[in-house]
Ligand binder design. Structure first.
Ligand code: AMP
Length: 113
């Protein structure tokens, strides 16, 4: 998946404001932020979306959440933040590399649009 933009960011081949990286996941600021804090947390290995996750991905999927907690604390939004995963084009997915949106720093409405 050489052409995948998130794979290129993970490998350091495309520019991004990376806030965290380990052997399993990478977190970086969204290019088009929808909140004062908008960070994307992605697996380093290419997985297109939730529809492609397998039982062996469970450790990595857990890591996405522990890193979300860590980034939310570091960015001072841990009082309240939203985690979003869009899966499939009708749900708003536009980059087909699994990612958790971490949004914070403003109030959020429910139901979402
Ligand atoms: P989704 O619509 O859920 O697939 O989310 C994709 C997100 O990736 C959007 O919020 C985009 O703004 C963001 N995005 C796309 N390209 C880049 C990039 N090169 N660097 C950072 N964020 C990006």
């Amino acid at each position: 998946m050489n052409e995948c933009i998130f794979c290129r960011i993970v490998r350091g081949e495309a520019p991004a404001r990376i806030v965290y990286q380990d052997e399993a996941v990478t977190a970086f600021h969204d290019l088009n932020p929808q909140a004062p804090v908008h960070v994307l947390i992605v697996p380093n290995r290419h997985i297109s979306g939730v529809a492609q996750v397998e039982p062996e991905d469970e450790p990595m999927l857990g890591r996405l959440f522990t890193v979300a907690r860590r980034v939310a604390e570091e960015m001072g939004v841990d009082r309240g933040y939203r985690l979003v995963v869009n899966n499939g084009r009708p749900a708003g997915q536009s980059v087909f590399h699994l990612h958790l949106h971490l949004l914070g720093g403003r109030p959020f409405q429910w139901p979402p649009g």
